[in-house]
Design a protein around this ligand. Structure first.
Ligand code: ADP
Ligand code: MG
Length: 616
């Protein structure tokens, strides 16, 4: 049998595109290729360690779990070898070549959109291996799988469209990657340069790394050490390594507990929220360890969904060491871990909010959406989460935050409810007719601007025993107050007449028309008859066609002190046609304020007629 038969393969199109960019347009930070290859080596060893717990028979059983790097300054090569799981021929084709990871496309897109071609991100997109081509003329991957049967293979490519695979006898288990360096990359064949890079990026790799036979990292589990011994820089370096990140963490929580479970946890909140940067939903990434052994790098249900922005490590010696990723499913232990860690993290945020309010508010601006999501969906932690929410309020200037608890502390004697208004921005809410009555009475209203807010408030329903009430809902009952003084205000009788005429004129869209003492500066306001706000209606509409076609029905409240309303009462007899046009427009204006007007186009011809009358 011939062992030297060479097979040639084309790279899949998306990978070709990726390689083209990697080779021809990435010239900064090229050193990160080493971080990526070392991280792959560490992953492969980690996989082997797991597999070794369950598989009886593995190839090359006694190899040390370590990574060996050698540089050759004469041949201008650098070699990275690991004794991990290795790859079979088919795996070589699958993992590095033919089948594109979804990440290759996403990475190319991110590069194209980014202001700066940030190659640092490559690892996060699951295409780190290809970074080798930033520095390589040619890459050779010698691979031997852990399976007893089979043989080794050598994968070779210069990155320009195709690669070759041939059998290679005499390989140790794992992978050996030999990089022939490009002419302008010879620095990476120099031991001291490589040592610096390894120190910089790979100090936390949990396996020994030897450079030309000499160990360069101190294998340590930072999270098991005591807080007082750890410097900030060490934490940051660890974060960067562990989260594949290049920013500084925004918040950090390191704690140990003994009961009810022995836990060491080190958690980070990254500076930026990638979902906000438009990268789509992120996967949870807090790794689960048992006595320094990685059990699962991205366990799905270790923490609640709304904590998916956290990075870091949870280590519990109470987990059985041979717990597999699959058996993680049925596990009261993991639930306990979840409860303890989530509880601690919430307590931590509470302390942050108290002791470092400004930093906490910044955190909230970036991550508030997750806390809102939790408050709405996670009943267990709802109470704690609702304390952590921040929002603007009529009691403070734009840009300042308050909390429910602070609102409650400012509530007037006898006030039983917490009032809020949802809308696109501060200006819109402050000038909305719904706010007028509250302003007049000196009642504080919370202002909320995010699409989810209404949904969240609807789920929270109350805080500290006080009901949350939307200021634009029909349920609002405010204390009687003498209506604000006005010249020529309509009498009760006149107002009643006008209202019944309005109801007749406006047709079935208006279920009721009545005079209101809530209004100050606006002529009218619309309250949805079905208690559904404009916001909510649009959400429902997006989900169901049927609802969208049903015209909204409202109660129309008019302001008998407003000159427009006073005028309209008279116009009714002098110019009935114009009066009904004006009435229609008053209704539409109120619907716009309420966010309830679905289509504003029919309004144009009416407005033109009214304008015509105005300029006559
Ligand atoms: P990622 O590491 O995020 O999966 P990479 O592009 O770095 O993406 O690697 C692609 C795949 O190639 C890995 O998922 C793995 O299956 C395989 N691979 C890379 N390096 C090694 C190695 N040293 N040993 C075994 N498999 C490897
Ligand atoms: Mg990788």
């Amino acid at each position: 049998m011939s062992t030297s038969q060479v097979e040639k393969f084309e790279f899949q199109a998306e990978i070709r595109q990726l390689l083209d960019i990697v080779i021809h347009s990435l010239y900064t930070d090229r050193e990160i290729f080493l971080r990526e290859l070392v991280s792959n080596a560490a992953d492969a060893i980690e996989k082997f360690r797991h597999l070794h717990l369950t598989e009886q028979q593995v190839f090359d059983d006694r190899l040390p779990l370590e990574i060996n790097i050698t540089t050759d300054d004469t041949a201008k090569t650098i070699t990275i070898q690991d004794f991990g799981v290795g790859m079979t021929r088919d795996e070589l084709i699958q993992n590095i070549g033919t089948i594109a990871h979804s990440g290759s496309k996403a990475f190319v897109k991110a590069l194209a959109e980014g202001a700066r071609k940030d190659v640092n991100l490559i690892g996060q997109f699951g295409v780190g291996f290809y970074s080798a081509f930033m520095v390589a003329k040619r890459v050779k991957v010698y691979a031997r799988s852990w399976h007893l049967e089979g043989t080794g293979h050598c994968w070779t490519s210069d990155g320009s469209g195709s690669y070759e695979i041939e059998e290679a006898e005499g390989q140790r288990r794992g992978c050996k990657i030999v990089i022939e360096l490009k002419d302008d990359c010879h620095e990476f064949a120099g031991a001291s340069r490589v040592k610096d890079i390894l120190k910089r990026y790979s100090s936390f790799v949990p396996f020994p790394i030897n450079l030309n036979g000499e160990k360069v990292n101190t294998v340590q589990a930072l999270w098991l050490r005591s807080k007082s011994e750890i410097k900030d820089e060490e934490y940051t370096e660890f974060y960067k390594y562990q989260a594949n990140a290049f920013d500084e963490p925004r918040l950090r929580l390191h704690f140990a507990a003994d009961a009810p479970l022995a836990i060491h946890a080190l958690l980070f909140v990254p500076k930026d929220n990638p979902e906000r940067l438009g990268w789509g939903r992120i996967d949870p990434a807090v790794s689960l360890y048992c006595r320094k052994v990685l059990i699962d790098a991205k366990p799905k249900d270790l923490l609640p969904e709304w904590l998916r922005f956290l990075k870091g490590v949870i280590d519990s010696e109470d987990l059985p060491l041979n717990i597999s990723r699959e058996t993680l499913q049925d596990r009261s232990l993991v639930e306990k871990l979840n409860k303890i860690v989530t509880g601690r993290f919430l307590k931590f945020l509470e302390d942050e909010a108290k002791n470092r309010a400004d930093a906490y508010n910044e955190f909230f601006k970036t991550y508030g959406l997750y806390l809102k999501e939790g408050a709405a969906t996670d009943y267990t932690h709802r109470a704690a989460l609702s304390k952590l929410l921040r929002m603007e309020s009529s009691a403070f200037a734009k840009g300042e935050f308050t909390s429910f608890a602070d609102y409650v502390s400012r509530m007037k004697d006898g006030q039983k409810e917490i009032y809020f208004l949802c809308g696109p921005n501060r200006e819109a809410l402050e000038s909305s007719p719904y706010y007028e009555a509250f302003k007049l009475r000196g009642l504080e209203v919370l202002f909320l601007y995010e699409t989810v807010d209404e949904f969240v408030m609807g789920h929270l329903r109350e805080f500290d025993g006080k009901t949350l009430v939307a200021a634009d809902s029909a349920d609002v009952k405010l204390d009687d107050m003498p209506p604000p003084p006005a010249d020529n205000a309509l009498t009760d009788e006149q107002a009643k007449d006008l209202c019944s005429w309005l109801k007749d004129t406006l047709g079935e869209q208006v279920t009721e028309a009545k005079a209101s003492d809530r209004l100050v500066d606006s002529p009218a306001m619309a309250l949805a008859a079905d208690h559904m706000s404009g916001h909510m209606r649009r959400m429902m509409k997006a989900m169901s066609e049927e609802l969208g076609n049903e015209p909204v029905k409202v109660t129309l409240q008019i302001n008998p002190r407003h000159p427009l309303v006073i005028g309209l009462a008279g116009l009714r007899t002098t110019k009935p046609d114009l009066a009904s046009l004006v009435a229609g427009q008053v209704l539409d204006n109120a619907l716009i304020s309420a966010g309830l007007l679905d289509d504003s186009r029919p309004m144009i011809s009416r407005l033109n007629k009214i304008l015509e009358a105005a300029v006559k």
